[in-house]
Design a protein around this ligand. Structure first.
Ligand code: HEM
Length: 206
């Protein structure tokens, strides 16, 4: 006999199933990009300038790729969360030209892939708070070259909470989580490759 609850009772996914899967899937990639950026060398102005130029070059095509994969009703939301204008501010403050390079960004196929990729750049705002403190120690303040990593500043935890709540509902179906994890890995890989090329440095990981 068919269980009376079979149609309505699905195994409850823990609230953070998608987030935990994304974190787990990208853990090594995060460690790799963290090593490449190297907090201890943030005070090296020439190198830091190249990091800013690399992020600036990456984020425009990346945002376009995410916008193409998201439904139209999400575009204003995406625009509202963009931190690209902070990079423009930093390049102007430090008199740095934009890179001519056009980095390859992942082609995101559909909504779940877009949310996996968004996780990477939205999550990076958390590490940005740590980087911002290191930059302050090297004499760089928001408005004077550290606006991007400072980002939303004290509003960062609240912005992250809001993002997590959206992520939870967008990736509620287990099939979406797998797609999102693959897109998150591809996003880390593309950004890492672009940073390596811009810095002319390589990170080797066992
Ligand atoms: C020097 C470089 C970096 C450092 C020191 C760093 C450090 C950190 C730290 C401390 C957190 C945890 C913050 C918290 O839980 O409050 C974090 C989270 C995160 N970072 Fe980074 N980060 C760096 C670069 C990046 C970059 C370049 C990206 C991607 C573009 C990135 C993506 C993420 C993501 C996705 C999370 C969220 C993890 C989660 O909660 O699931 N990070 N980072």
């Amino acid at each position: 006999m068919k269980s009376p609850t079979a149609a309505t009772e699905r195994p409850a996914l823990s609230d953070d199933t998608a987030l935990l899967a994304l974190r787990q899937a990208t853990r090594e990639r995060h460690a790799r990009i963290d090593t490449l950026m190297d907090l201890r060398r943030m005070g090296d102005r020439a190198r830091y300038g190249r990091i800013l130029q690399a992020f600036h070059a990456f984020l425009a095509p990346w945002e376009q790729s995410v916008a193409n994969a998201l439904p139209a009703h999400r575009h204003a939301w995406l625009h509202g969360r963009s931190r690209r204008h902070f990079l423009q501010e930093d390049l102007a403050a430090l008199a740095l030209p934009p890179l001519a390079a056009k980095p390859a960004v992942p082609r995101l196929q559909g909504n779940a892939a877009a949310w996996g990729s968004l996780y990477v750049i939205e999550g990076s705002a958390l590490g940005g708070q740590v980087i911002s403190r290191a930059l302050a120690g090297a004499g760089l303040a928001p408005g004077m070259g550290s606006s991007y990593f400072h980002g939303w500043g004290d509003d960062t935890p609240g912005m992250w909470r809001d993002f997590r709540s959206e992520l939870r509902s967008e990736l509620a179906a287990p099939a979406c989580v797998e797609t999102a994890c693959a897109a998150a890995c591809a996003t880390f890989d593309a950004l890492t490759a672009h940073l390596e090329q811009t810095l002319d440095e390589r990170v080797t990981f066992a």
